[in-house]
Design a protein around this ligand. Structure first.
Ligand SMILES: [Zn+2]
Length: 60
């Protein structure tokens, strides 16, 4: 018997601080636009930019 595995794709957003180059990975939230300004950096207080948005496929 063959079971078909369910695949779930989760989108992630990578934010990068242009000043101290800290990278933060978080789950994608609606309204995230590539290269737009995002949250503020927790280390130097600059505004982080969204550097990458990608999806990871998980098999369950
Ligand atoms: Zn920073």
């Amino acid at each position: 018997m063959i079971f078909s595995k369910e695949k779930i794709t989760i989108a992630y957003t990578i934010e990068k601080c242009p000043k101290c180059e800290m990278i933060k990975k978080r789950k994608f939230s609606e309204g995230d636009i590539l290269f737009s300004e995002s949250s503020s950096c927790s280390s130097c207080d600059s505004t982080m930019l969204i550097e990458k948005i990608y999806g990871e496929t998980l098999e369950q």
